[in-house]
Design a protein around this ligand. Sequence first.
Ligand SMILES: C[S@@+](CC[C@H](N)C(=O)[O-])C[C@H]1O[C@@H](n2cnc3c(N)ncnc32)[C@H](O)[C@@H]1O
Length: 396
Amino acid sequence: MQNETITQAVSERYAKAVTTGEEMCCPTGYDHEELGKFIPEAVLKVSYGCGTPVGLTTVKPGETVLDIGSGGGIDCFDASRRVGSDGQVIGIDMTDEMLTLARSQAPIVASNLGYPSSNVDFRKGFADAMPVEDQCIDLIVSNCVINLAPDKLKVFREMHRVLKPGGRFTISDIVADQPIPNYMIHDKEKWGDCLSGALTLSDYWCGLRQAGFGGIHQVGFIPWRVIDGIHFLSLTLTGYKLPHASAKPSAQYATFTGPFSQVTDEHGHTFTRGIPQIIDATTEQLLMCGPYQDYFILSDNPITLTREDARWSSVLPEDTACVWEGHFALLTGPFVEASDDDDHLFSCGHAVEICSKTRKVLQSDAYHQYFAIINRAGETVTPQTSTSCSQTDGCC
Ligand SMILES: C[S@@+](CC[C@H](N)C(=O)[O-])C[C@H]1O[C@@H](n2cnc3c(N)ncnc32)[C@H](O)[C@@H]1O
C-alpha cells in the first residue's frame, strides 16, 4: 500500500473520531480527575493515547516540549501545566479537525492555569517532516502516533534533528511481539486501529538506535490486545540525544553492579558484574545517562566487587520445581544483550520462553524495569505439573 493511502486513511479515521466523539484506542492510565481540573471535557473525551508520556513527571519547568500527533491536545495541555508559563509546548498533527478542537481549547486551558496567554502552539504537519527548527526541543513526547506513520525511520530521524543535544524523548506507542503479517499490513482499516503499522519491539528499538539515540529504556508497559496470536503491547520508552563526548573520560574504569551477571551496552561493550573495565569518553557518557547510572560504578582506579559487597546486586531463582505456564520475556533495553544468574541470554526485543521460577525473578524489584512479560499460552493448553528445574529436564 502507498504511504499516501495509509496517511489519508489514518487522517480520515481520526477526523471522524474527533467529530463524533467516538471512544477509541488503548489503555492510558491518566488521572482524569486531576486533569479535569484544568482540561475541558471536550479534550478529555477524545484522548486516544496508549500511555501517559507527560504524566510520568519527566517534564520540567521552563522546558520546550514537542508533542508528535497531539490530537485533541491532552498531553500538550498537561505539559503546558508542567513547564509553567515560562515554558513552551508545540503540538504537531496532520488532521485539521484535531487541530481545530485543540486550538479552540488552548485559551480555556491557559485561563484555567492562570497564564496570561496560552503557551501551546498547535501546528499542522507530518511526523516525518515536522515544521520545527533544528535543535530547539528539550523533550519530545508522543502518545500512540508513531505506529500510524508509514515511515517510522524518517520519524525517528526527525526526532533526532529537532532535539537539542542532551535532549530526550518519552513516547508511548503500540509495538508487537512478532512481525505484522501482510494481510494485516494491507488492511487499511487496521492502520487507524493502531494495529497494521505496529513494529516489533526489536525493530522499534533498533530504529531509534539507528537515528542516533542512546539510553533507550522502558518506563511503562501495558499488555493490550492479542489478535491472531500477535501480542500488541503499549510501551512507553525514554531515550537521549547524547551530546558529543569530551576527548578524555573523567573516570578510567566502570564496574557493573548487576542484577544481570553480564550485559552488553548500546555501543557493543560487554560488562561482567563486579569486574572493572577500562572505558573511553563515549562509553563514560553513555553510562552516566539515565538508565545506566545507577548500575555502574565509575572510578579512577579499578573497583572489583564480590558477592559480599553491598553494591553487588543479584536475584537467584527459588530452589523449587518450576512450571511452564506460557510466559515469554522481552528485554526492553537499555542493554542490547543481558544474561541472568540462571544462564538465560536475553536480546533486546526478542521473546524468550521462561518458566514460573524465572518469571518470579524477572518480576522482582531489581529486574522488572527491564522486561515486558507476555503469556502466549492459549486456553487449550492443559494445566501442567511442575518439572524439576535442571537443564537435562528441558527446563529454562
Ligand atoms: C491515536 S491518536 C492520538 C492523539 C493524541 N496523542 C492523544 O493521546 O490523544 C493519533 C493522532 O496522531 C495524528 N497522526 C497520525 N499520523 C500522523 C502523522 N504521520 N503525522 C502527524 N500526525 C499524525 C492523528 O491525526 C491523530 O490526531
